[in-house]
Design a protein around this ligand. Structure first.
Ligand SMILES: Cc1cc2nc3c(=O)[nH]c(=O)nc-3n(C[C@H](O)[C@H](O)[C@H](O)COP(=O)(O)OP(=O)(O)OC[C@H]3O[C@@H](n4cnc5c(N)ncnc54)[C@H](O)[C@@H]3O)c2cc1C
Length: 403
């Protein structure tokens, strides 16, 4: 019987363990935290956006975008849903393709995997951090503080460095480097952005619907739309997460917010002038009344170099045009991100050119496999990262169990 040691009891590791065990391997899972699936249990704000029906290589990034293809084709989203249903998890699909457990609880995804591992006889070592993996003459030796274990095959499923509070670590990169692999430069994606605009602090706590564009040297690098949250350090919210990867690609990017998507700049200029004409008793700070939230309106007035306390009657074609442009293109130069504790995904990882995409076996060290976020593959927001963890986990588990 082939023995397989899976290092990391996260999404990819649990899936790899189940697949290998279903093919007759004797599987051990090593998890450094006190229980498996800790990060999985907090995904999707506790709801777990576990897949996306549109998952295909186009939604993934990394040095070689096509690398994820074979795993996603073999074990795609439909297959993942069928697999989870076979484990007793019922899912629901949103219009945009995002998949959630019907229970709306990430814990139920962890539970079905945990119980399935138990039923399949997978041996789980909790609170067991693997410090070394060595290649031996007849396989591998996996070492932790209190002991070591021999194994025919090893799967590294240690995840990336994002989400530090829930187990994000660089240990997986180090273990693979120890076996001859190489890591690309690392940074974050799906993360809150630090921005240089005094407006952020004044708007702290406000959530707004906005169009979001990432600009660099006059070019649009990425765009999204939806909820944006203003915070004391900068910008957060789903629409910001979606473009954060592009916003951090270069040091000179700017986030441009369209705070009134439903109205174009010309129309808005006319609306502001009409407001000034029809309600001359108002202060200039109230000129956006009925269009954007009051606090946002006042911040736009200040950003245009105008006084909120001035009479609205002072508004003319030129100043109304300036205000309308600001509301449609309110710019926030990006200065950084909130990094390890808060980011959801790592950009970069162990070089995929060093692995066979059809099996996820190392080209450098036969018998060694890797899956999930530890590899240089990251997906867009919307369930794509967990889908990669499931697809790559199953492929690694299947390959490692092959006689
Ligand atoms: C807050 C948050 C919310 C997210 N929400 C979503 C979402 O809704 N949808 C989505 O698609 N993606 C989401 N993600 C991303 C997704 O969770 C990850 O991409 C995915 O969990 C990666 O799976 P993995 O198995 O590779 O790594 P992980 O799930 O991080 O698992 C790796 C495991 O390995 C363990 N480990 C590491 N080193 C060792 C070692 N040396 N010895 C033993 N154990 C070790 C870690 O403790 C960890 O449990 C979210 C991430 C975060 C942080």
């Amino acid at each position: 019987m082939i023995t397989v040691a899976v290092i990391g009891g996260g999404a990819a590791g649990m899936m790899a363990a189940l697949e290998a065990a279903s093919r007759g391997a004797a599987v051990s899972v090593f998890e450094r935290q006190n229980r498996v699936g800790r990060k999985l249990a907090v995904t999707g704000n506790g709801r777990c956006n576990l897949s996306n029906l549109h998952a295909a290589p186009d939604f993934y990034h990394g040095t070689d975008r096509a690398f994820a293809g074979p795993a996603l084709r073999q074990y795609g989203p439909e297959d993942t849903l069928a697999y989870f249903r076979s484990l007793g998890l019922v899912t629901t699909v949103q219009e945009d393709g995002r998949v959630y457990p019907l229970s709306d609880t990430a814990g139920s995804v962890v539970d079905v995997l945990r119980f399935a591992m138990e039923a399949a006889g997978v041996r789980v070592y909790d609170s067991c951090e693997i410090s070394r993996v060595e290649k031996t003459n007849d396989g591998f030796r996996v070492t932790w503080q209190e002991g070591s274990l021999k194994s025919d095959r090893v799967i590294i499923a240690c995840g990336g460095m994002a989400g530090e509070r829930f187990g994000g670590t660089k240990l997986g990169y180090r273990l693979l480097e120890g076996l001859g692999h190489h890591c690309t430069p690392l940074r974050w994606s799906l993360v809150q952005l630090r921005c240089d605009n005094p407006g952020c602090r004044s708007l702290k706590g406000i959530r707004a619907d906005a169009g979001v564009a990432v600009l660099c040297g006059g070019k649009v690098l990425a765009a999204s739309a939806g909820e944006v949250q203003f915070t004391d350090y900068g910008l957060s919210g789903p629409a910001i997460f979606e473009v954060s990867r592009a916003a951090l690609e270069s040091p000179e990017t700017v986030i441009s917010l369209d705070l009134l998507r439903a109205v174009n700049e010309e129309e808005l200029t006319s609306m502001l002038l009409r407001r000034a004409r029809n309600t001359p008793q108002l202060a200039l700070g109230d000129v956006f009344l009925g269009t954007v939230q009051n606090r946002i309106g006042r911040v736009l007035v200040a950003a245009a170099g105008l006084k909120s306390s001035a009479s609205i009657g002072e508004l003319n074609e030129k100043t109304a045009g300036r205000l309308a442009r600001l509301a449609k293109q309110f710019e926030f130069p990006v200065t950084g991100d909130l990094g390890a504790p808060n980011a959801q995904v790592t950009v970069g990882g162990i070089k995929t050119s060093e692995f066979h995409p059809e099996t996820l076996e190392s080209r450098i060290c036969p018998g060694l496999y890797a899956c999930g976020e530890v590899l240089d593959v990251d997906g867009d927001c919307g369930g794509f990262n967990l889908q990669w963890a499931w697809s790559s986990g199953r492929l690694a588990g299947k390959s490692a169990a092959e006689v």
